[in-house]
Design a protein around this ligand. Structure first.
Ligand SMILES: *[C@@H]1O[C@H](CO)[C@@H](O)[C@H](O)[C@H]1NC(C)=O
Ligand SMILES: *[C@@H]1O[C@H](CO)[C@@H](O)[C@H](O)[C@H]1NC(C)=O
Ligand SMILES: *[C@@H]1O[C@H](CO)[C@@H](O)[C@H](O)[C@H]1NC(C)=O
Ligand SMILES: *[C@@H]1O[C@H](CO)[C@@H](O)[C@H](O)[C@H]1NC(C)=O
Length: 589
């Protein structure tokens, strides 16, 4: 079940609020059950009661213990005023005394007197017999809490470490040290501690889960940013480029009539080879994609260029497809800020820049560019169906629906907009809990399929909705049809594998489908990601890490990459924690 959420979030039309790393954490959860057993067996008589009863009295700044019968007892404590010899009782005496110091400390803590609390905990630690390890670890942990309150995170960390040396499965100390690591920006150490805390208390503590969420996100973003800056261009497959261009109904380059080389002289009965933009355009149509950027550059650098803006747009688009984001901005900006450029070209450039902002997780700029595009070209359906998809991603179903309606009104024969409107109708009906409207939306998918039997997207979106309806057989039939229509699309096989998991939990069959995707396209990053998630679920964390790494090499956007790094970091941290705490991994089979 959880895996499918990861998968569907990839399609860009799913509105679950689950982020991908959560899936990795949650699929790791069964491990915690095994751990619970281990913990019970090993934790012995550990008691962690930290009730604060005012068991002590304060004299000046000196803390004095008191016992039940009122007489002072204790040994080896600087504050002790007693003169007691070493009897059998002495050990117990100093232990009771330590407890009293702690209680006194807790009282100060409650009153917000943290420095005083620290003094009490100092005394408790000194008084406590060294073999009372669980109690000692509690005292250190309490002192850490007081240091934390004073903003002394280094001391807090040290005390947590001391507490954990005495009691390695002390969840409170792990959580507190994680907090200190987070505040001092040591996110890697933080992640390890908070993962241990989550696993040890079976994902019961919302604060730990929220911290893991924050840290994984931040680490993922950092790693993705670094990796994107370092890596070279990623060459997309021909199939990917084709699909990308087909998602535009008003593409100013492919929809432009092909112009013959009017002014080129004819040599030996053959036309002079094309150059510049005209060559780039031919290369686009004939799928010789590697020729495009150099040909556009030639056009852009030539004087009296007739197609400068077209060349900038096409080059910018290929930079976008190759993940070279800074270059994209440069090219598109020249178009967007030039008011004499053809509206279709400017609108297309704005849509592409908006999608880049979206990839960079900047929804405000995304919507700004879309709104500007809608103002410039209100008659162009591309604006609406692309903005509608973004609204769906942002869970703004009303806005999405309004946009898809406009897109379909303008271009009723553009299949992708049509079926996306069906999908938005379905989502909207769900948010309204309107079963009548939901039924109607489902019927509209059938109409879409009948109307556009060559559109794979019609089948795949319907297939997804059918999974939600638990109509698994029908969903599988849709995927089969989609594969017929779009036989080169490897991700369709991954989706079919995910359907198997949903349908009957058939992991082996799912893996068979996913491997088929990899046979077709060994750069299918969605296949690696999904396999990685399955491995994590089966407790094979390191195998998962390896697969996520493969996917990271292949993704095109920083946002996807940052999700993948989060998955990888989560899996890695779990592997480390499980090894460190010798947590037995239960077999799921
Ligand atoms: C109080 O403590 C003293 C010193 O350990 C002990 O001798 C005495 O019996 C205790 N009295 C009571 C009432 O427990
Ligand atoms: C300690 O006290 C006990 C009785 O409480 C006594 O018998 C013993 O001699 C004392 N030992 C010392 C070293 O004072
Ligand atoms: C393949 O199919 C999926 C699912 O419908 C779709 O999102 C994607 O755009 C298609 N094309 C490519 C190149 O992945
Ligand atoms: C703006 O666009 C026009 C029309 O395409 C073009 O002739 C002109 O050179 C462009 N200006 C700049 C500064 O690029």
């Amino acid at each position: 079940m959880v895996i499918v959420m990861a998968a569907s979030s990839r399609t860009g039309v799913e509105s679950h609020s689950w982020s991908k790393w959560q899936i990795a954490l949650v699929v790791g959860a069964p491990v915690a059950i095994g751990l619970g057993y281990w913990y019970l067996k090993n934790s012995g008589s550990h008691s962690d009661k930290e009730k604060c009863q005012s068991g002590g009295k304060k004299k000046g700044s000196q803390v004095v213990q008191s016992t039940n019968n009122g007489s002072a007892r204790g040994a080896g404590d600087v504050n002790s005023k007693s003169h007691q010899n070493e009897t059998v009782d002495a050990r117990k005496g100093s232990f009771d005394q330590a407890q009293d110091y702690k209680k006194e400390g807790n009282k100060h803590f409650k009153d917000g007197k943290f420095s005083d609390a620290i003094k009490c905990y100092n005394a408790a630690i000194e008084a406590c017999p060294k073999d009372k390890v669980y109690d000692l670890s509690t005292f250190y942990q309490n002192r850490a809490a007081a240091y934390e309150q004073l903003g002394d995170y280094e001391s807090a960390k040290n005390d947590c470490t001391l507490a954990l040396q005495l009691n390695p499965v002390y969840v409170k100390a792990l959580h507190r040290r994680a907090k200190a690591y987070e505040l001092t920006k040591d996110l890697k150490s933080c992640l390890e501690d908070v993962t241990a805390a989550c696993l040890l208390d079976h994902f019961q503590n919302q604060a730990s889960i929220a911290m893991a969420d924050r840290v994984l996100r931040e680490l993922g973003q950092q790693h993705a940013k670094d990796a994107m800056a370092k890596r070279g261009p990623v060459i997309p497959s021909k199939h990917f480029v084709r699909t990308y261009f087909s998602s535009f109904n008003n593409d100013p380059i492919t929809s432009q009539p092909d112009e013959p080389n009017k002014n080129e002289p004819v040599v030996n009965g053959e036309t002079e080879p094309k150059r510049g933009f005209l060559l780039a355009k031919e290369a686009l149509l004939k799928q010789r994609y590697h020729e495009i950027i150099p040909a556009c550059t030639e056009e852009i650098n030539s004087e009296n260029s007739k197609y400068k803006m077209e060349a900038l747009l096409l080059r910018g688009t290929f930079y976008l497809l190759r993940g070279e984001h800074n270059l994209v901005y440069q090219d598109l900006e020249k178009i967007i800020e030039n008011e004499s450029v053809d509206v279709k070209i400017r609108v297309n450039a704005l849509i592409k820049r908006a999608s880049l902002h979206m990839q960079k997780d900047d929804p405000m700029k995304t919507i700004q560019d879309f709104d500007r595009a809608a103002e410039l070209g209100p008659h162009l359906s591309d604006v609406y169906h692309h903005r509608g998809q973004v609204y769906l991603l942002m869970d703004k179903v009303d806005e999405a629906l309004a946009d898809f309606r406009k897109a379909v009104d303008i271009s009723p024969d553009f299949p992708i907009a049509y079926v996306q409107k069906c999908y938005a109708d379905y989502r909207y009906a769900n948010t309204q809990r309107d079963s009548e409207a939901s039924k109607k939306a489902l019927e509209s998918f059938e109409i879409a399929i009948a109307k556009f039997p060559k559109c794979a997207e019609c089948f795949t979106l319907y297939a997804q909705v059918l999974i939600e309806q638990q109509e698994y057989q029908k969903s599988d039939d849709c995927y089969k049809k989609a594969i017929e229509v779009d036989p080169e699309n490897a991700t369709l096989h991954v989706h079919r594998g995910l359907l198997q998991l949903n349908w009957n939990g058939n992991v082996d069959k799912a893996i068979t489908y996913i491997k088929k995707a990899l046979e077709m396209d060994d750069k299918c990053e969605f296949a690696y990601e999904t396999l990685g998630t399955i491995e994590v679920q089966r407790g094979n964390f390191l195998a998962g890490v390896e697969l996520f790494d493969k996917a990271i090499q292949l993704v095109k956007t920083e946002l996807e990459m940052s999700h993948l790094f989060s998955l990888k970091d989560a899996a890695k941290a779990q592997a480390v924690v499980i090894e460190k705490y010798k947590i037995p991994i239960p077999t799921n089979d």
